[in-house]
Design a protein around this ligand. Structure first.
Ligand code: ACO
Length: 327
């Protein structure tokens, strides 16, 4: 499998840390020191900015980079936690937005921040068995919809955005997925959870009063589990790929918190120059964070063909994933 093209989209509207300091008991210093985040993007629903809109923009950029037309896509995989609507799935909405007429299958993936790596692993299997030739993989999230804007523990952490990647059989010699590992530790599923708004707990006045329609998180538990699991998964994929840390050209982690990234990078002795980091600009965009970082680094000319990319993610579930891809 190879990456044929990438693209990303983030909304224009920027909320910096000073904005949160003006509405909550927080400060730019606290947020920067604890998370590395300086600003994040948020959709403007009045302008029609929803997940499928961001995905359309990102997908068009990826199609142009891959030199393909929308109807060349034979499968859409769409990682998303809060979709445009419960059904139809957002991948089908995207198919319509792209003007596709080939009736290709459309599948949404719900694995929170790890969803892009879940999608990458599924895509690899489907491509290596010859089932599909041009898979459009989307990682997209409108986190501003699950944010409790009165909760300083969570709302400062997230941002909206979308990354798109087009995957197909290798035409470029060494391009290959060298290893991947996915997991989910459901014993910690309550550490990061959105209780209401679906079948178990529909929206009621009581739910709205208790603000259960928003994300709740045990930050310290998530932090500790993230560092431990990311490090273990990176170790495992390095072993499977029979590579040592020096043979990794780029580390592209899920952009949740700079301290989490630094703790994992330190463990593997990855110097700062080897880590792709943009959490300061976009905050945590959930499953969009790796494909956005990947696209930015490719477009900046940092990532070159033949290099080994290590990607690792972690999110609600608690899901996790790591993969090594020769680009
Ligand atoms: N501004 C000021 N003070 C704050 C803020 C804020 N924005 N948020 C929390 N505090 C306060 C707390 O109330 C607490 O005050 P107290 O001591 O009076 O009770 C104090 O700061 C310390 O809180 P901690 O939770 O101990 O702070 P910590 O250093 O753990 O940082 C943070 C909190 C940033 C949330 C950290 O735990 C973290 O990053 N966890 C991982 C979260 C994460 O990445 N989640 C998403 C990953 S999964 C996914 O991507 C979906």
């Amino acid at each position: 499998m190879e990456i044929k093209g990438t693209g990303h989209f983030v909304p224009e509207k920027i909320l910096d840390n000073h904005y949160f300091a003006s509405i909550l008991d927080t400060s730019d210093e606290w947020i920067t020191e604890r998370t590395g985040i300086k600003e994040r993007r948020v959709c403007d629903p009045d302008k029609g900015e929803f997940p499928s809109y961001m995905a359309e923009m990102a997908a068009k950029r990826a199609l142009a980079a891959a030199n393909l037309e929308a109807n060349d896509i034979d499968l859409i995989l769409f990682s998303i936690t809060i979709p445009d609507m419960f059904f139809p799935n957002t991948s089908s909405v995207l198919q319509a937005r792209l003007g596709m007429t080939n009736q290709c299958p459309c599948l949404d993936i719900s694995a929170a921040c790890s969803g892009y790596l879940y999608g990458l692993t599924i895509a690899n299997s489907l491509i290596e068995t010859g089932t599909y030739q041009n898979i459009l993989l989307i990682g997209c999230e409108m986190t501003s919809r699950f944010n409790n804007w009165e909760d300083r523990n969570t709302c400062i952490l997230f941002g909206d955005g979308c990354g798109a990647t087009i995957l197909g059989p290798s035409t470029n010699g060494p391009s290959k997925m060298l290893a991947s590992q996915l997991s989910s530790d459901s014993s910690k599923r309550e550490a990061l959870i959105l209780y209401a708004g679906a079948a178990q707990k529909p929206i009621t006045e009581e739910v709205l009063k208790n603000k259960e329609q928003y994300v709740t998180m045990d930050g310290q538990q998530v932090f500790k589990a993230a560092v431990k699991t990311l490090a273990a998964n990176c170790e495992n994929v390095l072993k499977t790929a029979e590579l040592n840390h020096e043979q990794i050209d780029w580390f592209i982690p899920h952009q949740a918190n700079l301290r989490i990234i630094e703790a994992v990078a330190h463990r593997f002795k990855f110097p700062a120059e080897k880590c792709i980091i943009n959490v300061q600009k976009y905050a945590n965009t959930s499953s969009a964070s790796i494909p956005i970082a990947l696209d930015e680094a490719i477009r900046a000319g940092k990532i070159q063909r033949g290099q080994n990319l290590l990607m690792a993610a972690f999110g609600a579930g608690l899901t996790a994933g790591a993969a090594i891809l020769k680009y």
